[in-house]
Design a binder for this molecule. Structure first.
Ligand code: SAH
Ligand code: SF4
Length: 356
């Protein structure tokens, strides 16, 4: 009877998720709980993050006792692959099922000699931008740092190759889940873990001033994209409700603070929406926003999302828009599209699957 109760208790105790643990937590764990030297933590992390071995039993430079002990205490918890679509340009779009049955998406872009992973920070998103498939689905919950890191690791494992670029441009607003996102970023950067270079990690935000300031203060050195999408508050509030809470003046004040501290150029994302923000007047007004800031503007052709009232402008509207920006000395580029034939706009795959 007693033994049974013990079993019940043991199985009920949630095991830690390996992907949730920072290098310091791994070191404290092996030293304090297992009485082993600190470098054992580095060895385990090397297996997981560098060799992509997700089974303690296969970590052959660990003692047999430790290999048997670790699975009792820690889970290497990966999401389950629910669906993958591969486009003609080799972009892979993944749908992952989390432990609680929720779904998140990620996208892998294949640039020939390197890959970029576009990863999620939340299940859904509460900010409801009018053009965004994720926004239409509403918000379910934040991802843990472990879930963020694990869906990246699962992509590397699936593609059988290192992925050296990470952008937080999947589902969710990273700065509404800043603790977990920044914890995940530290794991991506830590040399003993994934060891990505700071210039290969980018957070994209709809403009949460506190988050931008916090990123500046934490001094991680990573890149920042602002989803600007409009040249003034009037248009921006129409397509991005978050602008009512944090108007452009507040967002740009935070951006100036970030740039002063980091010295890094900020990227502005601007989705071109026909007859909404693609007029020559918009281009002129847009250029006036960047006084005192070093920016790079990424123009993005709208990726059509069912149920939205937006359309993509034709090249005859996009080209003059770009020309004006260039004449006003704003550095800009039209973003190359990836995976348009496979619903690669964020939230589209989950939207279809969950609503089916
Ligand atoms: N919430 C964050 C990050 C995730 S969205 C943000 O908004 O920045 C990542 C990028 O995809 C954002 O720039 C967003 O505006 C863009 N996006 C969303 N829906 C899109 C669509 N239908 N076509 C093109 N870009 C889209
Ligand atoms: Fe959320 Fe970004 Fe989509 Fe807006 S664009 S709803 S902030 S995920």
């Amino acid at each position: 009877m007693e033994a049974n109760e013990m079993n019940v208790n043991q199985s009920a105790a949630p095991k830690r998720n390996a992907f949730d643990m920072t290098i310091d937590e791994w070191r404290a764990f092996v030293q304090d709980e297992l009485n082993l030297p600190r470098y054992t933590a580095d060895q385990i992390c090397q297996w997981i993050y560098q060799k992509k071995v997700f089974d303690f039993a296969a970590m052959t430079n660990l003692s047999k006792t430790l290999r048997a002990q670790l699975p009792e205490l820690i889970d290497i918890r990966l999401p389950r692959l629910a669906k993958v679509q591969v486009s003609q340009d080799r972009t892979r779009k993944y749908l992952w099922r989390l432990d609680d049955g929720q779904f998140i998406e990620s996208v892998l872009m294949d640039h020939g000699n390197h890959f970029t992973a576009c990863i999620s920070s939340q299940v859904g998103c509460p900010l409801r931008c009018g053009f965004c498939a994720t926004g239409q689905q509403g918000f379910t919950r934040n991802l843990t740092a472990g879930e963020i890191v694990a869906h990246f690791a699962a992509m590397e494992s699936d593609v059988g190759h290192d992925i050296n670029n990470v952008v937080f441009m999947g589902m969710g607003e990273p700065f509404l889940n800043a603790d977990n996102v920044l914890r995940a970023v530290r794991m991506f950067l830590e040399p003993k873990m994934r060891g990505l270079s700071v210039r290969h990690v980018t957070i994209s935000t709809s403009g949460i001033p506190d988050g931008i300031r916090r990123l500046a203060d934490e001094d991680l050195g990573i890149y920042l994209c602002l989803s600007l999408h409009a040249p003034n508050d009037e248009i921006r509030s129409r397509i991005m409700p978050v602008n009512d809470k944090f108007p452009l003046s507040q967002v740009f004040s935070a951006l100036r603070y970030w740039q002063k501290k980091t010295g890094v150029r900020a990227t502005m994302e601007y989705i071109l929406l026909k007859n909404v923000n693609d007029t020559p007047e918009c281009a002129y007004e847009l250029a006036t926003l960047f006084d005192g800031l070093q920016v790079y503007v990424n123009l993005i052709p709208f990726n059509p999302v069912e149920g939205t009232r937006f359309a993509r402008p034709s090249a005859s509207r996009i080209q003059p828009f770009m020309k004006i920006l260039k004449e006003l000395n704003v550095e800009c580029e039209l973003r190359k599209e990836h995976g348009t034939d496979i619903d690669a706009a964020c939230g589209q795959l989950r939207g279809k699957t969950v609503n089916q």
